[in-house]
Ligand binder design. Structure first.
Ligand SMILES: CCCC/C=C/CC(=O)SCCNC(=O)CCNC(=O)[C@H](O)C(C)(C)COP(=O)(O)OP(=O)(O)OC[C@H]1O[C@@H](n2cnc3c(N)ncnc32)[C@H](O)[C@@H]1OP(=O)(O)O
Length: 371
């Protein structure tokens, strides 16, 4: 290349780069967090562009952050200031366009994972959301929904999400077991029905006991029965101020499940647990929070916004560290929880054959009783 032309081009590039550099500096503040590796690159290019090659003393090995920054800057060697500016501008421009395209939110229907009829399952921002989707039936859990929740949890345990959320569509979180599950009696008879239901219940609860990643309940409204008891197996429970927590097992001729006979006394003390599990006392969200079943209550008007902002921030934490922390906490109790689940399921198998339970279910289904 002719030297004069080369000089002219580099001067043009330098002028353009200087102007763009200033706008890149303000643009970078508006970007989504690009992660540590990119932040180090930006830092190094900025230092090189403004101060030239790194000639400050190397920080000590224990000064991890400053050492990483120094290493990144030093790695640029004698890269000219102008080139560093240009590279900085190019990097920010690349980050801006990818963040623009990722911020174009696709409608939920487009992001929905196929294969579920009773749930809407979506994965984005490192969060897999499993939403119970029978709002007209208050998200009562049918046999199909138990099976789909188990499938969705198994898939979420293997996908690349960092955290998993269970929530409900509509005004209820869930009204618990769909009482019409008891009406579909197979030709083998009622004993067989009770036996297969106990196996389903045990498998369902085991999925929550064994779930390997942080599991969060976003309790958008009232919760009844098994949708309340399994909350003791979640890592975090966020509730709308409109939510209530009701376990009317005695009213239904039934007994507690979801490991609540163990987790509830442990969480809230035996006296408060007995009032819920034996006498069916319904708790408000504030009461459930005071008793430790709920992590935090948010005003209903801002519930979704506040909770999802929080969860998006948590989902950016290192996923392996979160998974290991959960496992360290859970592993200590896993065998115990599995044994309790098996025992509760056996007790319920008996209960479902009792007159007390049959009458309560018939009363609901013939609309003689509601909670
Ligand atoms: C494998 C087996 C495991 C078993 C373990 C689990 C134990 C439990 O979960 S016990 C808890 C069982 N749940 C209940 O007892 C709740 C029963 N439902 C009610 O009392 C009321 O529906 C409720 C207070 C939740 C809401 O009342 P409303 O606001 O007045 O609404 P509706 O009653 O009109 O409900 C609308 C619609 O939904 C149907 N529905 C609601 N919940 C259930 C349910 N759990 N099972 C079956 N159906 C339910 C209700 O019948 C209405 O249907 P339609 O009349 O066809 O509109």
């Amino acid at each position: 290349m002719v030297p004069a032309l080369q000089l002219h081009m580099s001067k043009t590039a330098m002028r353009a780069s200087q102007k763009d550099f200033e706008s890149a500096l303000s643009q970078v503040k508006r970007l989504k967090d690009p992660g540590n590796e990119v932040k180090l690159k930006l830092y190094a290019l900025y230092k090189q562009a403004t101060e030239g090659p790194c000639n400050t003393p190397k920080p000590g090995v224990f000064d991890l952050i400053n050492k990483a920054k120094w290493d990144a800057w030093n790695a640029l060697g004698s890269l000219p200031k102008e080139t560093a500016r240009q590279n900085y501008v190019d990097l920010v421009s690349g980050l801006s366009s990818s963040s623009d395209s990722s911020s174009q939110v696709k409608p939920e229907a487009d992001r929905k994972q196929p294969g579920y009829e009773t749930l809407v399952v979506t994965s984005e921002d490192s969060i897999t959301k499993i939403m119970m989707n029978r709002p007209a039936k208050k998200n009562a859990i049918t046999i199909q929904m138990y099976n789909e929740i188990m499938l969705a949890l198994k898939a979420a345990s293997k996908d690349d999400s960092a955290i998993t959320v269970l929530t409900g569509n509509g005004d209820y979180y869930s009204s618990g077991n769909d009482l019409s599950n008891f009406t579909d009696i197979p030709p083998e008879g009622i004993e067989e029905k009770a036996k297969s239901s106990a196996i389903l219940l045990r498998d369902f609860v085991d999925c929550f006991i064994d779930f390997p990643k942080p599991l969060i309940a976003v309790v958008n409204g009232p919760a009844v029965g098994i949708s309340v008891t399994i909350l003791g197996l979640f890592d975090t429970v966020y509730a709308s101020s409109r939510a209530t927590f009701h376990t009317p097992f005695s009213h239904l001729g039934q007994s507690p499940e979801g490991c609540s006979s163990y987790t509830f006394p442990k969480i809230m003390g035996p006296a408060k647990a007995a009032e819920m599990l034996i006498f069916g006392k319904k708790l408000t969200a504030a009461e459930a929070c005071a008793q430790g079943l709920v992590t935090e209550v948010f005003p209903d008007s801002t519930f979704q916004k506040e909770v999802w902002t929080r969860l998006k921030a948590y989902s950016k934490l290192p996923p392996n560290a979160m998974r290991i922390s959960k496992q360290v906490i859970r592993n200590r109790e896993k065998e115990k929880l599995r044994a309790i689940n098996a025992e509760e399921s056996r007790a319920l198998q008996e209960r479902w054959l009792s007159d007390e339970c049959t009458n309560a279910v018939m009363n609901f289904l013939t609309r003689k009783a509601k909670l």
